[in-house]
Design a protein around this ligand. Structure first.
Ligand code: CO
Length: 439
């Protein structure tokens, strides 16, 4: 298999093991432990060694890893992405009886998904559960690894206009069928799957996930499809690049993945929280630096925010911009927005393009069509807590926020290469706003 095929297969394996944001953080913790990173806890005193490698999690769904230099800290080089994807979340006491014959589950929408993509396919539940044992509440990852739920669509005979544009209502159209009346309750099934007694189950954060596995396809296997490519594709690729990075004198290499991007990032563990700032401040302090040292380091830092981008759609090419038209397998995409939905400016975009060139990777440009609003992402939200020059990038994909998304096989390997380059050389702003490109 070609190198990019192996990379794509490894990505799909990671995604299949990561049906929720909690699994993303846990699986990344395992990868980091195997690579020699030690876990820190926010409630402990941090004593860090120069040259050391550490990681810390917050809320069970966000994670920051740091690889420290041996020298005095002169700046941070940061990759940021997100661990969450749009999904349907099961409500507490969410079972609804239908005519005394069926039981369906009441769900809420998490993030903005393409609702129709969740219909007529096997679904299941994943996330975390809380159990009460001997006066303690403990959290545990949960994944029912079997086909458990399905949201059936309505027959065309009962809705003749279904192909003329259907409007979906989460309360009415998106409630998954769970059981026949009188069968096991939801808490019984959860307890059974987790190997617990039902009375031990004290709480849960459970999301529906698509059971369909990832696929590599096309005449010459150029495409890959999977649930949750946004943003696990960038999160995984930037982690791989981070682990391949060789470091650079004086630079703290920082890998972050944040939860709750799909709902605005304004949570304790989101990109809008103090998580990144707290970690960076504590790193400088633990290495003997002052507040002044921290602020000086921030001023000489660089952040790449990596969140998937829209590729030109084969059937809807007119929805893309006239002049910036990224295609799958055309390389990472630099995102620009005049109204600052993206943080990229002329300088940070040029730094990223230079990194791509040095890594031997092509790159592309994205602007929203000027008469369309488009989405937003992490960069400008984290910049409000840690004011570091940043560039918003992503891999081109199709069907963003569908339960089954599509991207290019080659692009993942390219993004790994770019991040490996970023984490091996200094990207350092100077006092007059210029950048030294020493790579
Ligand atoms: Co995203």
């Amino acid at each position: 298999m070609r190198e990019e095929g192996r990379t794509a297969a490894a990505l799909l394996e990671f995604i299949s093991k990561s049906p929720s944001c909690y699994h993303v953080a846990a699986n990344m913790s395992d990868i980091l432990e195997k690579a020699g990173f030690s876990r820190l806890f926010e409630e402990d005193t941090w004593s860090l060694a120069p040259g050391g490698k550490y990681y810390v999690t917050r809320g069970g769904s966000s994670l920051i890893a740091v690889a420290l230099p041996r020298e005095r800290v002169s700046g941070f080089q940061i990759a940021a992405s997100h661990s969450d994807s749009p999904a349907l979340k099961v409500k507490e006491k969410g079972e609804i009886s239908v005519d005394g014959r069926y039981v369906k589950l009441s769900v809420e929408r998490y993030g903005g998904m393409i609702m129709s993509s969740w219909l007529d396919r096997p679904l299941s539940l994943a996330g975390r559960i809380w159990l009460e044992r001997e006066g303690r509440l403990e959290s545990r990852l949960f994944c029912a690894d079997r086909d458990l739920l399905l949201i059936p669509s309505l027959a065309i005979h009962m809705d003749r206009k279904v192909n003329e544009g259907h409007s979906y209502n989460v309360r009415k159209d998106l409630q998954p069928l769970f059981s026949m009346t009188g069968e096991k309750s939801l808490s019984q099934v959860i307890a059974e799957e987790a190997g617990l007694k039902p009375e031990e189950l004290a709480g849960c954060d459970l999301f529906l996930y698509n059971r369909m596995g990832g696929s590599i396809w096309g005449a010459q296997e150029s495409f890959l499809s999977s649930p949750r490519l946004d943003d696990q594709q960038c999160a995984w690729a930037s982690l791989e690049g981070f682990l391949k990075g060789e470091g650079s004198p004086g630079r703290v290499m920082v890998y972050c993945v944040f939860d709750n991007e799909e709902v605005g990032s304004g949570t304790r563990q989101g990109a809008g929280s103090t998580f990144l700032r707290d970690v960076l401040e504590r790193v400088v302090a633990a290495l003997g630096g002052s507040r002044e040292d921290y602020l000086r380091a921030v001023a000489k830092s660089f952040l790449i925010s990596a969140d998937n981008a829209h590729g030109v759609h084969p059937n809807q090419g007119d929805k893309a911009d006239d002049t910036s038209r990224p295609y799958l397998n055309g390389g990472p995409v630099i995102k620009y927005s005049a109204n600052q939905k993206y943080t990229t400016d002329g300088a940070t975009g040029a730094v990223f393009a230079a990194l791509c060139r040095r890594a031997g990777v092509p790159c592309q440009v994205f602007h929203n069509r000027p008469d369309m609003e488009g989405g937003s992402t992490l960069g400008n939200i984290s910049a409000q807590q840690v004011p570091i020059p940043s560039v918003d990038v992503g891999l081109p994909q199709l069907a963003m926020h569908s339960a089954y998304e599509t991207a290019g096989v080659q692009d993942t390997a390219w993004l790994v290469q770019v991040f490996a380059k970023f984490f091996s050389c200094p990207v350092c702003g100077e006092r007059d706003g210029s950048y030294r490109l020493e790579f």
